[in-house]
Design a protein around this ligand. Structure first.
Ligand code: PMP
Length: 311
């Protein structure tokens, strides 16, 4: 069978860049059989004054280390090793502009679901273009599947197997004519989307579920909270009831790959007047400026791809 690979370039595999078609895992590996992997999705952006940077790389690398620790995968990749995997993949593929990077740790050994190693480090970089907010709007429904709960498997880490839960919710939403699923927690409060965190705006206040609402500890969520507060927008991290979704003024999803994606309706209830609202626009303008190095206050979040002597 001919399999189409969406990543034609070079893939980083255990310290080397190899052709995409050669980057294989064995069918008996625990990663293939049981989905035993942890990963990160990061982005590079072309800066407003040239150059390319990785956004919040160190926060992503730290979360990957924590995910691997929680999963008890036998590996001790340092921040430097992980950073080298990311930067050499981007450089090796001559990426100068925007791209999405997937950095994964797979359990490649044979065995059962509790097998802890050996592990492999893999990095894939895929160039992509920029989209404006209007191109990203979504219609969402509340999923009948609940979000994974910390008493079952920790949603706060980024483990591939957690996405089976996302799969059920998102496919249910699509079957029913929506774009995206909003999950509730075991306690019936709003949690997050299948691949993103959730924000809503009510009476000028930005509201998002707390980190204990079965969410992935999202780097974009944290970024937007900080940007909103720096702009004088009140932010509440608190439980959200389902019924609040139906009377929200604005709502959006966020994530590193997704960035900001406005939600125009939930279960066919219009959100606001069914157009992208002013707070969402304001946050997007702030975010877009920050990721492209347009705001000196947040330069600390940007790691140059081609550092000194690398250009
Ligand atoms: N929740 C889930 C389930 C996700 O997959 C993502 C995307 N990584 C997010 C939230 C957003 O996380 P981040 O902002 O760190 O990308």
């Amino acid at each position: 069978m001919e399999i189409h690979l969406s990543t034609p370039g070079l893939i980083y595999f255990d310290g080397k860049l190899i052709p995409s078609a050669d980057a294989r895992l064995h069918v008996s590996s625990v990663a293939v059989k049981y989905g035993s992997n942890v990963f990160e999705g990061l982005c590079t952006y072309r800066g407003v004054s040239g150059g390319s940077t990785v956004f919040r790389m160190h926060e992503h690398l730290q979360r990957l280390q924590e995910s691997a620790r929680m999963m008890q995968i036998d590996c001790d990749y340092s921040q430097d090793e992980l950073a080298d995997a990311v930067l050499s993949t981007v450089r090796g593929n001559n990426i100068e502009g925007d791209s999405h990077i997937r950095l994964s740790i797979f359990v490649v050994g044979d065995g059962f679901s509790e097998t802890t190693g050996p592990a492999s480090l893999v990095c894939i970089a895929t160039p992509r273009g920029a989209k404006n907010l209007e191109e990203r709007v979504k219609h969402a429904s509340v999923s009948s599947w609940l979000r994974l709960d910390d008493r079952v498997a920790p949603p706060r880490i980024k483990a591939g197997a957690n996405y089976h839960n996302s799969r059920f919710g998102v496919l249910e939403a699509r079957r029913n004519g929506y774009d995206e699923a909003l999950f509730l927690t075991f306690n019936g409060k709003v949690s997050e989307g299948g691949n993103s965190c959730f924000f809503m705006v009510k009476d000028g206040v930005l509201v998002t579920p707390p980190v204990t609402a079965s969410i992935l500890i999202s780097i974009t969520r944290q970024t937007l909270i900080e940007l909103a507060r720096d702009q004088g927008i009140e932010v509440q991290e608190r439980e959200i009831d389902r019924s609040e979704l139906y009377i929200a003024d604005e709502a959006f999803l966020c994530g590193s790959g997704l960035e900001i994606s406005p939600i125009l309706s939930v279960d066919r209830f219009p959100v606001g007047d069914r157009s992208v609202g002013p707070v969402t626009h304001r946050l997007w303008d702030a975010y877009d400026s920050v990721i492209r190095g347009g705001d000196a206050r947040y330069q600390r979040w940007l790691t140059p791809v081609y550092g000194q002597g690398q250009a």
